[in-house]
Design a binder for this molecule. Structure first.
Ligand SMILES: [Cu+2]
Length: 698
């Protein structure tokens, strides 16, 4: 099919009000889902100059947006700690990037998941790799996504031009403001922009009161610059993020701060038909969290403040050139990450312990990927190999700690803690040119993932699970194997003048899937030091990370129909089922089946949408993780857009119109004694509130 026609249809759909963001906007629509977050000029279509904001303002966390796409869901661990779930996988299993950069989160519970570092005011679009990520974008067990920042880009023509792309928004449900964007100037030879974002909010309200510990504050500032010279194009990105006290009700602690720096230098050049890309990148996370500042403080003896740091240094070089009638990309890439975590009691200097002491993980790999036409089929074939090394420092602890942890530390320090392994990824994607608006696609992939540092090195039984928030205490296993996934997906994209439909069915079979399993055979009998310590910390049945076997099966689609006249309807449907294959249990924290449906009334400069989201019961819960089922619910929202003039757009709406009280299955259980949600209850969704958002682009 002509990509143009699909894009035109989808963009005209998007212009209406964009109830539904999963509008493919590039000629690569078979490969990527693109979510446009804010107004941005697009060259695909000449008559409509602005692609508008795609969704109602639900907060600054872009995982609220990715949850609106086929296969998407949001793991809610805090207002600024949302994790993207995609087709049942989340956390470090997804290949997530911020403005093209991969880096390590700092928090041992992913209080700073990747998209903690992509505040919505700075994001021009989130590009989701449909299905699985190409090997050229790095390792990862399944899909991936990139939150691409706004930028004042090179222009055509000789003169210099000023540009900006800013937004300001407010929500009543948590009295929050969200503001930011980019401002700068560019010519055809150079570009420069500053970027700045600030977000602040109070506790979120729901039908029965407020949700304690949901206030937040985050600021980002930085710059992006580029220059084209005779010897190629150079680019520089620098950014600092300061997250101030922000609550995480499903965790035992809240964010006190994240002070995180990002830097990247890029180089691009063309040598005849060969295109060279290179970059070196760096990130550094400094984090403090505690259990007494944003929630009722425990006795001084039980107060904890935990410091966590993570540093990432990476680099990549790749070449792309015509080959066999298509394009071949070859690349090498390396990354080294360091993690260090220290738990302290601010009231007792003799109390400190390093549950993850100076962990060092490095990876060096290469890939080859070919994109082209193979026997009339659009084809992507990629292979990737990565070699991984890992090691850990010695666990240390202060004399205020009892003997139990001391013995575990001694055993840990005496064990073989370094090692290496190699992962192999292969991806084949095939899709047909559209004929009569119909394009078929299929993917086969083999993907591997190394165990995370929490899973391998957790020697001290504590509540660190990489963000699972299931309340369990975990210990690691030094002998964990890598995870291996076999993935098959098939579907089609259909678009006509009036309708579109893009369904996908998939299966992901994962060997050596790492999850918590009972610590030993005598569950509930406290007959080991680990169980003794876990019991003192409130969980007599700790879990140990182990390799199990899992399978995810599902289907999802988005679809829409443009009626005669000003009405149109858009929808997204998701179903995913996650099971253990080795025992009779379900995978933990899998999104319940859900449907989102929006009815839009569109005029030339304004539109209004009424949207309903229906979520089914989730009874397919994980016994191993003591996961509780949830009931289904339906929530409604209403919102509209007004294009005041070229480049200026106002959006406003009401979320949760009927102030329904509902439990979001993917939010954790409340552990914050402030507010009106009882401890141990699943956290409710936000209550009724209004939002406004003004976007200005030039
Ligand atoms: Cu933390």
């Amino acid at each position: 099919m002509k990509p143009q026609s699909l894009c035109r249809l989808l963009i005209s759909a998007a212009t209406i009000a964009c109830a539904f963001p999963a509008m493919a906007q590039t000629s690569n629509s078979a490969l990527e889902d693109v979510i446009i977050v804010t107004g941005k000029r697009t060259d695909i279509q000449t008559e409509t100059t602005i692609t508008p904001d795609s969704a109602p303002l639900q907060g600054g966390d872009v995982t609220y947006l990715t949850a609106r796409t086929p296969g998407g869901a949001r793991i809610g661990n805090g207002e600024l700690s949302g994790q993207m779930q995609y087709r049942g996988l989340f956390g470090e299993r997804l290949n997530l990037r911020v403005d093209g950069q991969r880096f390590a989160s700092g928090g041992p519970n992913l209080m700073d998941p990747v998209y903690h570092y992509a505040p919505a005011p700075l994001v021009s679009s989130v590009v989701i790799d449909r299905g699985v990520s190409p090997v050229s974008k790095g390792p990862g067990l399944g899909g991936g996504a990139d939150a691409i920042f706004k930028r004042i880009d090179y222009i055509d023509g000789a003169e210099t031009s000023l540009g900006y792309d800013v937004m300001i928004g407010a929500r009543s449900v948590n009295e929050s403001v969200t503001a930011g964007g980019v401002i700068g100037a560019a010519s055809d030879q150079w570009r420069f922009n500053l970027l700045i974002a600030y977000e602040e909010g109070g506790d979120t309200e729901f039908g029965d009161g407020v949700i304690g510990g949901t206030a937040f504050e985050r600021a980002v500032y930085g710059l992006s610059a580029g220059v084209k010279t005779n010897v190629g194009e150079f680019s520089l990105d620098l950014r600092r993020q300061n997250t101030d006290p922000s609550g995480n009700p499903p965790f035992p602690m809240d964010i006190q701060y994240f002070d995180t720096d990002f830097a990247r230098v890029g180089y691009d050049n063309d040598f005849g038909k060969i295109r060279l890309n290179a970059n070196i990148n760096y990130s550094d996370v400094a984090h403090l969290m505690d259990n007494f500042s944003l929630r009722p403080a425990p006795t001084p003896m039980r107060q904890r403040a935990t410091f966590a740091d993570a540093t990432t240094i990476g680099g990549a070089v790749s070449l792309a050139f015509p080959s066999f009638g298509g394009e071949m990309s070859l690349g090498v890439e390396g990354q080294e990450t360091d993690h260090d975590v220290t738990i302290t009691n601010p009231n007792n200097q003799a109390f400190f312990v390093t549950p993850f002491p100076e962990i060092d993980m490095s990876r060096f790999g290469g890939f080859g990927e070919w994109n082209g036409d193979l026997g009339g089929l659009n084809t992507q074939v990629g292979l990737r190999i990565d070699h991984h090394d890992y090691s850990s420092g010695d666990a240390e602890l202060g004399e205020a700690l009892p003997m139990g942890p001391g013995n575990l530390a001694m055993a840990f320090n005496g064990a073989q803690r370094d090692g290496n392994d190699t992962t192999f990824d292969g991806v084949v994607k095939l899709w047909t040119d559209a004929s009569n608006g119909l394009s078929w696609r299929a993917t086969l992939a083999h993907k591997e993932q190394m165990p995370g540092y929490i899973q391998r090195y957790g020697w001290l039984p504590i509540n660190a699970s990489g963000g699972l928030a299931d309340g369990n205490i975990y210990v690691g296993d030094l002998s964990l194997d890598k995870e291996t996934a076999w993935i098959a997906e098939a579907g089609f994209d259909y678009a006509s003048e009036r309708a579109y439909l893009r369904p996908t069915v998939y299966i992901r079979s994962i060997d050596n899937y790492i999850q918590g399993t009972p610590f030993d055979d005598s569950v509930g009998v406290i007959n080991s030091p680990v169980e003794m310590i876990a019991n003192m910390n409130g969980d007599p049945t700790p879990l140990r990370w182990a390799n199990v076997d899992a399978r995810l099966v599902g289907f999802d689609f988005d679809a829409g129909y443009d009626f005669e006249g000003p009405l149109r309807i858009d929808g997204v449907v998701n179903y995913v089922r996650g099971k253990r294959r080795d025992i009779d249990d379900n995978l933990y924290r899998i999104a319940p089946p859900n449907v989102m449906l929006g009815l839009t009334y569109e005029q030339s400069v304004w539109s209004a949408t009424f949207e309903g989201r229906a979520v089914a019961d989730q009874n397919k819960v994980s016994d191993t993780n003591s996961e509780r089922p949830t009931n289904g619910y339906v929530v409604f929202s209403a919102y509209g857009d007004w294009h005041i003039r070229d480049g200026v757009k106002l959006s406003a709406g009401v979320e949760n119109v009927f102030d329904d009280i509902y439990e979001d299955h993917l939010s954790g259980y409340n552990r914050n004694g402030f507010g009106d949600v009882p401890i141990g209850e699943r956290l409710p969704g936000a209550g009724r509130g209004v939002f406004v958002r003004l976007s200005i682009v030039r």
